[in-house]
Design a protein around this ligand. Structure first.
Ligand code: ATP
Length: 201
């Protein structure tokens, strides 16, 4: 069994997320992609929409692809939730599975700042979608040794799909100043946002 784990704030979940998840699933022949909305911040200077809304929107956004699922694993854990621990939980639950952690290139360039990232890359394969201006040529020195080896042995996979130039922050900015952002959102997610008055500033 091949499982893709897709962590994010999903504030809100947008078409870029679902498009790259679909591309990951197709290209890596994943049986499932599990979206993992992040929990509420444990320190106050990182405001974000309450987890119940981000979870509900993510559940709406994944409903059309039978390979997609959503887990509240990172929401129900208290305190700081680290990716390395999340992967460990899925490793215990699916000991025989091939696990892939899915991310955009902007996240890959930050990977060396994640807790125990060296352990994380031993526990899971990593698949990366191109994003904006972020490029492998900007990879920090801390990641270079691992990156070369991982590309060679296939534990790091760069997705062959076009760019999907959209971000949650851009959508939040739009919604705050008034105009809709429907072209970047699943219709049911856009309705949910309207219905709950989210992102109005
Ligand atoms: P924000 O703008 O608030 O930072 P975001 O759009 O980056 O949000 P996240 O939920 O933080 O959304 O992203 C989760 C993961 O999906 C990250 O690894 C991010 O790099 C990746 N990702 C999000 N949008 C895209 C996109 N359009 N193309 C490629 N990767 C993306």
């Amino acid at each position: 069994m091949k499982i893709g784990l897709f962590g994010g704030t999903f504030d809100p979940v947008h078409n870029g997320h679902t498009q790259i998840a679909r591309a990951f699933a197709d290209e890596l022949a994943l049986d499932t992609v599990i979206f993992l909305p992040a929990g509420d911040p444990y320190h106050k200077n990182a405001p974000r929409t309450p987890a119940e809304h981000r979870l509900a929107m993510t559940q709406l956004a994944v409903r059309d692809d039978a390979r997609f699922a959503v887990s509240d694993c990172d929401i129900v854990r208290s305190g700081a939730t680290y990716t390395v621990d999340t992967v460990q939980i899925f490793r215990q639950q699916f000991p025989q599975a091939q696990l892939w952690w899915l991310m955009g290139m902007d996240s890959l360039l930050q990977l060396h700042t994640w807790k125990n990232w060296q352990m994380l890359v031993r526990q899971t394969r990593i698949a990366v979608a191109a994003r904006g201006e972020s490029s492998l040529s900007a990879v920090p020195s801390e990641l270079r040794n691992w990156l070369g080896g991982a590309l060679e042995n296939g534990t790091l996979h760069l997705l062959q799909t076009p760019l999907y130039p959209v971000s949650s922050s851009e959508i939040r900015g739009r919604l705050k100043s008034g105009p809709a952002a429907d072209e970047w959102l699943d219709a049911a997610v856009a309705d949910y946002i309207r219905c709950h008055g989210l992102y109005r500033g």
